[in-house]
Design a protein around this ligand. Structure first.
Ligand SMILES: CC(=O)SCCNC(=O)CCNC(=O)[C@H](O)C(C)(C)COP(=O)(O)OP(=O)(O)OC[C@H]1O[C@@H](n2cnc3c(N)ncnc32)[C@H](O)[C@@H]1OP(=O)(O)O
Ligand SMILES: CC(C)C(=O)C(=O)O
Length: 602
């Protein structure tokens, strides 16, 4: 309940905006020009022009109806971006996880880059660790000596994809290679021919090929199309042995719709389209990799390369967990098993030695959690409505279509529980508090009591400043309703017998000074009779309204009862938890009486 005060940060050095407002800025937008050097940056395609994208695009009217072929690059693009690249143990944990989840296309490394990558590929092959329906791929740049080393790494494998990649984009051609487009084309042809020659010399291995024109999204489309057609033809692409053409946004530069146009243009213009598996490899520099990948599939892509939870160069690769679970949340089979998302996350965190942030879609610690009152209230009502629908249909809750406000998927479908769905702090409301007490302790507070206890919790949360755990909420509930320092009244024993008005109640109570008093009264039920009997000791209790329910205890049976009464003219709530239902009801009345006294103490 106590929050650790965090130190006040040093204020950032911000130049107060002072530039002019935009000429066409409406009066209600009072923002000023900033001191940021934005003029150093140009709209993409301005300095190095690229032809315009499509005008007759068809992708906007498409929808995602099936899972694409998922290709994990965790062990290559993910690995190359780590401060401490994976050792064999971490690589193995990642590989085994990917296989268990159902990945069939796994890039296992860049074997010519390091001994670690090379020997991991050898281990997979020599120890026969690659399932029959999984195809590994290995990355190679367009350098003959590194291609040769790549082939050494896959010697003896049954099936594999050799992935050839080199830069094609203008900036890379000029700055990295110092080559003309023609020279880059020659390099591509030489490398593809070298791969083909090495393949011809390889016996007993079913090899396929992949070609990635690096930074596809900022390469002139006509150039990249020509290269792709040339390389696919050199590799004899056919429907039986398709070439994977992988279009990377190596550095994401544009809004996703621009990439979608580029992909659709390639999809329409590629020669021999049926002999090509059109793949994309989105990075997340603008934070829109997921959107880019989804629109690319609408535009004709059939395969997506990415990593689990988005590890990868800079801002990372596209997150395959997000993409797959986006499909799942739309009723499309993701063809990957995310039923234990926390287990998957643990393994990925172990392999990458990087944490998954708490807000990461579907997998972050907080993504199925509501702190805010109205969200909690809606979630609790939504879950209750689901429960009712399941009961009406006489089916398990897990079989009812999911429809709960604020929760795109059922946390249980990814192996989480409802306990973490609602967590309480000063932003929370009575709905959330009631939900936590109910899910964690089985206490189903009546509506008026929720309002009262909600206020009590709000005070405690405001005071503490942080989160209140379910345990702390229960402690507050106990302190407020179940236990009293100096009770005015305790019920020691009671007996009911049928009476003229319904029930005759005889009770022995203990008063604040320890004195014991015997009471008796008639009433339609025991609680009403008890309320009436209290008049004998000068306590006026009227209009008792009681609810009682069994508690889902693991040991024995217990009952919770809640009373709403007027005590000496003031409305009061009381509650009790005991082994006997009737005792619980009567004790809830004494709780209300005791609270009436406590609340009179200033
Ligand atoms: C977009 C991507 O993510 S591609 C994958 C990138 N992955 C990695 O870089 C991780 C692994 N890489 C490595 O371990 C190293 O880079 C190695 C071992 C492969 C190569 O190391 P080195 O031979 O020392 O070269 P270095 O990494 O500095 O590469 C630079 C040279 O390669 C050339 N080059 C870069 N990419 C490619 C490519 N895809 N195809 C052909 N040549 C390339 C550059 O033009 C440069 O050549 P130059 O020295 O003649 O100007
Ligand atoms: C190898 C390619 C696909 C790559 O990693 C990239 O361009 O980001």
């Amino acid at each position: 309940m106590t929050a650790t005060p965090s130190p006040l940060p040093v204020p950032p050095r911000i130049t107060t905006p002072a530039g002019p407002r935009g000429a066409d800025q409406p009066w209600w937008n009072t923002q000023l020009g900033s001191a940021m050097p934005f003029a150093r940056y140009e709209r993409s395609g301005t300095r190095r022009p690229r032809p315009l994208p499509l005008t007759d695009r068809t992708w906007p009217s498409k929808s995602l109806v099936r899972a694409p072929l998922w290709a994990s690059v965790d062990l290559r693009d993910g690995n190359q971006a780590l401060r401490d690249p994976m050792d064999t143990r971490r690589k193995r944990a990642m590989f085994d996880l990917l296989v268990r989840m159902g990945f069939k296309d796994i890039e296992v490394g860049y074997p010519s880059a390091s001994e670690a990558d090379f020997s991991f590929v050898r281990t997979l092959i020599e120890e026969d660790l690659i399932p029959d329906d999984v195809t590994i791929s290995v990355f190679a740049p367009a350098r003959p000596e590194l291609i040769d080393r790549t082939f050494e790494a896959i010697d003896g494998v049954d099936r594999a994809v050799v992935h050839l990649c080199h830069a094609t984009a203008c900036l890379w051609r000029e700055v990295v290679f110092a080559m003309t487009p023609g020279e880059v084309e020659e390099m591509a042809v030489r490398a593809a021919e070298h791969v083909a020659r090495r393949t011809d010399a390889t016996k007993g291995t079913r090899l396929r090929f992949q070609y990635s024109p690096e930074t596809f999204n900022v390469t002139e489309p006509e150039f990249v199309l020509r290269l792709s057609n040339t390389v696919a033809a050199l590799w004899d692409a056919s429907p039986d042995r398709p070439v994977t053409l992988n279009l990377p946004t190596t550095v994401e530069t544009d809004s996703p719709h621009v990439f979608a146009d580029q992909v659709e243009w390639m999809h329409r213009n590629l020669h021999n389209r049926r002999s090509v598996i059109l793949s994309v490899h989105p990075h997340n520099d603008r934070g829109t990799a997921v959107a880019s990948a989804e629109l690319a599939v609408m535009a004709g892509a059939e395969r997506i390369e990415g990593t689990l939870f988005g590890n990868g160069e800079r801002t990372g690769n596209v997150c395959l967990a997000t993409l797959a679970l986006n499909l799942f949340s739309q009723g499309v089979d993701p063809q990957l098993d995310f039923s234990d998302i926390d287990g998957i996350r643990r393994t990925v965190e172990f392999a990458n030695q990087l944490p998954v942030p708490p807000r990461h879609p579907y997998a972050g610690d907080l993504v199925h959690t509501a702190f805010s009152g109205t969200h909690q209230d809606a979630i609790a009502k939504g879950l209750a409505a689901m429960g009712r629908r399941a009961a009406e249909a006489d089916t398990p809750a897990a079989a009812v279509p999911w429809d709960v406000p604020y929760l795109p998927i059922d946390p249980r479908d990814v192996g989480r529980t409802y306990e973490s769905v609602v967590r309480v702090n000063s932003q929370s409301g009575r709905g959330g508090v009631a939900h936590v007490l109910n899910t964690a302790y089985g206490l189903d507070l009546p509506r008026t009591m929720r309002v009262e206890f909600g206020r009590r919790v709000q005070r405690a949360a405001d005071h503490g400043g942080g989160e209140l755990t379910s345990h702390e909420l229960h402690a507050l509930f106990t302190e407020e309703y179940l236990e009293f320092d100096r009770p005015r009244l305790m019920l020691k024993e009671f007996r009911t017998t049928p009476g003229a008005a319904g029930v005759t109640l005889a009770a022995l109570v203990v008063l604040a000074d320890g004195a014991e008093r015997r009471l008796a009264a008639d009433g339609p039920d025991a609680a009403t009779a008890f309320a009436a009997a209290l008049a004998d000791i000068g306590i006026t209790v009227r209009r008792p309204e009681l609810t009682c329910h069994p508690l889902p205890d693991t040991v024995g049976t217990r009952f919770a009862a809640y009373a709403r009464v007027t005590v000496d003219g003031t409305a009061q709530h009381g509650a009790a938890v005991t082994e006997d239902a009737e005792l619980a009801r009567l004790t809830a009345v004494t709780s209300a009486v005791n609270r009436a006294v406590e609340h009179r103490v200033p």
